[in-house]
Design a protein around this ligand. Structure first.
Ligand code: SAM
Ligand code: SF4
Length: 326
């Protein structure tokens, strides 16, 4: 299947799927401690329904999918979904974004089911602080999950760190030093979405993060470990691991956006930062064919905006990262 481009000639080949809006953590920038309004179980797409969506996606030329959430590993038997998706013709890369709490338990099965690689979100290497940021005492589990993912070959494991001034910015050097042990660390700018809206005084730009890293020596620009994401990568001299920066706020990458997002209840989102959505669930539940779902994909791709206007304060209403898959 040849690829599809949107109205701005951007090739669209990547679908991020939120498999659940449930989560076993409560990161301060993402979800309120009391949780968010959850989609009723009956409204979540089943694995069979997600597979129909991915078949339609593959027909328009999407070849890469990433499973996210909420926390994808809290959904029962996620390995089954991965097995089903790995059989879809045209899909050649299945990856996962997780908070890592349950990764040690599932890494080997995920690999066996066809998962290629994994991104683990981790904002502190200190036990007390991890608990303050996430609400739970799971740092050891996450670190063991990263080790296990590397051991079973879910490579490269990328560690995503949302940097917040006065909260974890003093750990930038500690995280970057882990690249000496082969870690691939990506520093992410805090976005004004979800609880991140309340943490704007804590925002830190990638430029400031990069300045802090000068203490470790000269960083050389380098190629990404794998993937075609929006990060810019660097490495320390003679070090195998990499340091990446994701700059959704200070330098947006809309001009090369290649993705669509699917919410856990079946809405296709052309842009993370817009309220626009195309609801696939009624068509799928009415027994619509893959061709009909494919038509909805084309509609979503055609309506992809040129870019977001976050800097001008234009933000999606009532949308949490846990609902749209980050
Ligand atoms: N639960 C999984 C996890 O934490 O990796 C997957 C879902 S989570 C919503 C996906 C990513 O979104 C995580 O890396 C998280 O740090 C990031 N994220 C959530 N809210 C954010 C915000 N306001 N600004 C920047 N990144 C955010
Ligand atoms: Fe859960 Fe991921 Fe949001 Fe943290 S960032 S609350 S782990 S969905």
């Amino acid at each position: 299947m040849s690829g599809i481009s949107d109205s701005f000639q951007r090739p669209i080949n990547y679908l991020r799927i939120s498999v659940t809006d449930r989560c076993n953590l409560r990161c301060i920038y993402c979800m309120p401690r009391e949780g968010v309004h959850l989609v009723p179980h009956a409204d979540l797409l089943s694995y069979e329904e997600i597979t129909v969506v991915v078949q339609a996606a593959a027909r328009v030329g999407i070849s890469k999918v990433r499973l996210s959430g909420g926390e994808p590993l809290v959904r029962l038997e996620l390995t089954k979904l991965i097995e089903m998706l790995s059989r879809v013709e045209g899909i050649d890369d299945i990856s996962l974004t997780t908070n890592g709490v349950l990764l040690k338990r599932f890494a080997a099965d995920l690999k066996e089911a066809g998962l290629r690689r994994v991104n683990v979100s981790l904002d502190s290497l200190r036990k007390d602080r991890f608990q303050r940021i996430t609400g739970y005492d799971n740092l050891v589990d996450v670190l063991q999950g990263i080790d296990e993912a590397r051991r079973v070959g879910l490579e490269p494991v990328k560690t995503n760190v949302v940097v917040m001034k006065g909260i974890n910015d003093d750990e930038i050097l500690d995280f970057a030093s882990r690249t000496r042990e082969g870690w691939h660390v990506r520093f992410i700018e805090l976005m004004p979405i979800g609880n991140g809206k309340m943490l704007q005084p804590e925002f830190m730009s990638a430029k400031e993060m990069l300045q802090r890293l000068a203490a470790l020596g000269k960083l050389e620009p380098c190629l990404p470990p794998v993937g075609h994401g929006p990060a810019k990568y660097y490495s320390l001299p003679g070090v195998q691991g990499t340091v990446g920066f994701i700059t959704p706020v200070s330098e947006h990458f809309c001009f090369r956006c290649n993705r669509l997002r699917l919410t856990a209840d079946g809405k296709l989102l052309p842009c993370l930062m817009s309220d626009m959505e195309v609801d696939l669930r009624p068509t799928i539940r009415a027994g619509g064919s893959t061709e009909e779902v494919e038509r909805l994909f084309r509609k979503a791709i055609a309506s992809k905006p040129a870019g977001h206007n976050m800097a001008q304060g234009v933000l999606p209403h009532n949308r949490w990262m846990a609902q749209v898959g980050g």
